[in-house]
Design a protein around this ligand. Structure first.
Ligand SMILES: Nc1nc2c(ncn2[C@@H]2O[C@H](COP(=O)(O)OP(=O)(O)O)[C@@H](O)[C@H]2O)c(=O)[nH]1
Ligand SMILES: [Mg+2]
Length: 325
């Protein structure tokens, strides 16, 4: 069985399948269709083929470096590229993307603190979706029976605290807040103490997306890490970068910068419902080396899914007209 048919068999029956398929419908229309089209194009020589493939991959946000790597592998594996069928192309490309995503160290599991609150620090630029993703994660952990609280450490943006307070009210969970412009680290200290006193399982820390310059960002994140670790050993147990999938190569630069100034344990790609360029998932893992933990498909509190490589690959490449639901 070819790699892609195998993928299809693997994902059939997975519960997140329909949300992935509809969430990636735009990407699939753009990338899936074009990848199939390549074999129909008037491609006469290797240069034409490489160019068509490169353009297709870059248009889907794979980035130059990753697209180039995919093309390299493609031509190492296939000599008679002019005689490939659509299915062959799809098999080789989906397997190559799979291999690029999984190469290197295996992805570590999410860390949960056995001896107290698990602290999750959410970082990312303004508007990327940090606050709404905190709400989505809170809902998910609460549904799993965990006791969740928010730390409203975005004290800089007007209305940021109120936005998280509103989510706390709707989800009926605790929230620790500070005053406008208060040092975010002091809010985190209060939140850690609250979490310890109230047997909180998961403390979700919403932060400001201030990207004025690298030195300040580094200093601010270092201070947050320092105070969290002082209050709760091992905290933050997870630092997740929230990235708007629509920002393309700019998102790649954000990921590189944040990964340079702090230890990222994962990336949450938001607004996947709005992009036709799902390739950023592969590019981030390939270039930055950080795995995607979750993706979000909408503004609803349930629109967050675990990242699943098989579902993702199938959803972005499946035939546009093909519906296996
Ligand atoms: N369509 C869509 N909108 C989203 C998604 N995630 C967040 N948003 C919206 O993006 C905007 C910014 O989100 P917010 O959480 O306030 O970003 P923050 O500044 O990083 O805290 C809000 O209008 C959210 O509703 C998503 O997955 N899909
Ligand atoms: Mg916010």
């Amino acid at each position: 069985m070819g790699f892609f048919s195998n993928l299809k068999a693997k994902i059939t029956g997975k519960s997140d399948q329909s949300q992935y398929l509809s969430g990636f419908a735009k990407t699939n229309n753009a990338l899936g269709k074009k990848l199939r089209f390549i074999t129909n194009e008037d491609v006469k020589n290797k240069e034409d083929f490489v160019e068509t493939l490169m353009v297709t991959l870059i248009e889907s946000d794979m980035g130059f470096k990753t697209a180039d790597k995919i093309c390299d592998i493609f031509f190492k594996e296939t000599q008679d590229y002019l005689y490939l069928t659509q299915d062959d192309v799809i098999d080789i490309l989906s397997e190559t993307m799979h291999d690029i995503y999984t190469e290197g160290e295996p992805v570590k599991d999410i860390v949960y603190n056995e001896n107290g609150p698990t602290v999750i620090l959410m970082v990312g630029v303004n508007g990327s979706g940090k606050t709404s993703t905190c709400a989505k994660l809170a809902k998910r952990y609460k549904d799993q029976g965990k006791k969740v609280a928010f730390a409203a450490a975005d004290t800089f943006r007007a209305g940021a605290r109120e936005q998280l307070e509103e989510w706390a009210r709707r989800l009926d969970i605790d929230i620790v807040t500070g005053k406008d412009n208060q040092d975010p680290s002091s809010v985190l200290v209060d939140a850690c103490r609250f979490a310890k006193e109230h047997d909180i399982d998961i403390l979700l820390c919403d932060t400001a997306g201030r990207l004025q310059n690298k030195i300040n960002l580094m200093a601010e994140l270092a201070k947050m890490h320092r105070v969290l670790e002082r209050e709760i050993p091992g905290a933050p147990h997870n630092t997740w970068l929230v990235l708007d999938a629509n920002t393309g190569q700019n998102g790649m630069s954000q990921a590189a910068l944040f990964n340079e100034v702090t230890d990222l344990d994962g990336i949450i790609l938001t607004k996947m419902d709005g992009t036709s360029k799902g390739g950023i998932v592969i590019a981030i893992k390939d270039v930055i080396g950080v795995p995607v933990r979750f993706i979000t498909f909408g503004e609803g509190v349930d629109d967050l899914k675990d990242f699943d490589l098989d579902l993702y690959l199938y959803s972005i490449i499946q035939e546009a007209s093909h519906d296996i639901r």
